[in-house]
Design a protein around this ligand. Structure first.
Ligand code: ZN
Length: 172
């Protein structure tokens, strides 16, 4: 599982999380710092920009709870603020998982992304793209989030070890 191929196999995700050798308590922000160092590219976690939230309200199309947007120089993970702390944490771990698993490589910025905070167009594209991630990649990101959460919330293992049970966490 070295190299640059996307990680989608569940056992590979497990190995990847093990290899990170994480402390018992870790936040999505800690993981973003690790990613920034590993990839020499900042990963910034922020609420959705105001104009994006406003547009979503106008159009009546709800934003996903979280999305990863690759800019030219940085990666952004945007999140909705109108949810619980634990749900947000799960969403952020899921998005961080996509980046750890290299689900969209540098090609995301190949068309000349923004230098600074992504504009409306770019976020809209990313929101679409996230919805179109293959099932295997969604499951891998979800497994990543689950494995990290299990370290700090051991009761989660009660939901079972099957991929289907893990995937259901997405709907929580
Ligand atoms: Zn996803």
């Amino acid at each position: 599982m070295t190299g640059s191929a996307p990680v989608t196999n569940i056992d590979d995700v497990r190995a990847l999380v093990c290899a990170l050798d994480l402390p018992a308590t870790i936040t999505p922000e800690d993981l973003a710092v690790r990613l920034s160092t590993m990839r020499r590219r900042p990963v910034l976690i922020q609420p959705y920009p105001e104009n994006i939230v406003a547009e979503s309200r106008r159009s009546g199309e709800p934003l996903p709870y979280g999305v990863w947007v690759a800019g030219a120089a940085s990666d952004y993970i945007f999140f909705r603020e109108d949810t619980t702390h634990s749900h947000r944490r799960h969403i952020l771990l899921h998005e961080v998982g996509h980046i750890f698993c290299r689900h969209v490589g540098d090609e995301a910025s190949a068309d000349g992304g923004p230098e600074d905070v992504p504009d409306l167009q770019t976020v809209r594209r990313a929101v679409k793209r996230d919805g179109e991630f293959a099932e295997a990649q969604e499951l891998a990101a979800e497994t990543f989030a689950y494995l990290i959460e299990r370290q700090t919330r051991p009761t989660l293992s009660a939901t079972g070890e099957t991929p289907a049970a893990r995937y259901r966490l997405l709907e929580d």
